[in-house]
Design a protein around this ligand. Structure first.
Ligand SMILES: NC(=O)c1ccc[n+]([C@@H]2O[C@H](COP(=O)([O-])OP(=O)(O)OC[C@H]3O[C@@H](n4cnc5c(N)ncnc54)[C@H](OP(=O)(O)O)[C@@H]3O)[C@@H](O)[C@H]2O)c1
Length: 245
């Protein structure tokens, strides 16, 4: 059976994804801060043979590396970077809390790259070779406010694009997307989609990803949004080396 590693699988969308992958017969590694979280313990009963739980705190890169070591040589078909800091303190222009912003960038952006670095070999040695990062269309949206969250997700999109380029030769597909407006703690239960609906859509999308989809940003309905705008160096697409233009 293929294996999916899902970060933040103790609640919210991550828990829904873990349940969805298990329902489809996959083996799941839930990488979470609290390995004894009640919803996860409940999910384990009945799935002890296919659901394993690992400790992972994205704000601590040592914890990411320790999690990768603990998994050993086991191949990971799908790595899902779902966990994120979603609680945004937005005090407005002139009142920016730069420490909060740095903490959010560390978890939502830097740690996602570290995940890919720590688990790159596990994914590359698997059958499916997929990395999928849960981003947000709020990131590149031209609307005022939420600068910390928006910039952390916009930067994540660029990380995904870079990973797609860097890991292509190893046959690894790296994609990201928006899960929809989902009823979780992050949205205080508001949202257009239930966790079950969103994780069902994401499962269908992730399961059919191929190398040709690498570097893409997907909407919940499977349509694509451009991951970067064309404001970049027009010669770059032709392969102009960095620093020469
Ligand atoms: N809900 C939406 O409408 C929506 C919309 C767009 C994008 N998203 C994205 O979807 C993903 C899941 O969101 P959600 O709505 O399920 O959010 P949520 O209810 O706030 O849950 C966040 C998850 O991330 C984990 N997490 C936070 N900081 C962490 C850290 N330092 N290390 C490890 N895990 C950490 C939490 O673990 P603990 O249980 O330990 O706190 C929790 O499992 C996020 O990437 C979010 O940005 C959500």
């Amino acid at each position: 059976m293929p294996t999916a590693l899902i970060t933040g699988a103790a609640r919210g969308l991550g828990l829904g994804l873990a349940r969805r992958f298990l329902d489809a017969g996959w083996d799941v590694i839930a990488a979470v801060r609290d390995t004894s979280a009640a919803p996860l313990v409940a999910l384990r009963s009945g799935h002890e043979d296919r659901l394993s739980v690992e400790r992972l705190d994205l704000s601590d890169f040592g914890s990411i590396d320790a999690c990768a070591r603990s998994i050993g040589e086991r191949p990971i078909d799908v790595l899902i970077g779902n966990a994120a800091a979603t609680s945004v303190s937005d005090r407005g222009f002139g009142q920016t809390d730069y420490d909060d912003w740095a903490a959010m960038m560390r978890v939502n952006t830097f740690a996602q790259l570290r995940l890919a670095e720590a688990f790159g070999d596990h994914v590359a040695r698997s059958q499916r070779r997929i990395m999928y990062f849960v981003s947000s269309r709020v990131g590149p949206e031209p609307a005022p406010g939420l600068i910390a969250y928006r910039s952390s997700k916009s930067a994540l999109n660029q990380v995904v694009l870079q990973l797609a380029l860097l890991l292509r030769e190893r046959g690894v597909c790296v994609a990201c997307g928006h899960p929809g407006f989902v009823q979780t703690d992050a949205t205080r239960g508001r949202g257009t989609f239930t966790v079950e609906e969103s994780s069902g859509r994401l499962f269908s999308l992730i399961e059919r990803l191929q190398l040709a989809d690498s570097g893409k940003f997907f909407e919940p309905d499977g349509s694509e949004l451009p991951i970067v705008t064309r404001q970049t160096n027009p010669h770059a697409a032709g392969g102009v080396p960095i620093g020469s233009a």
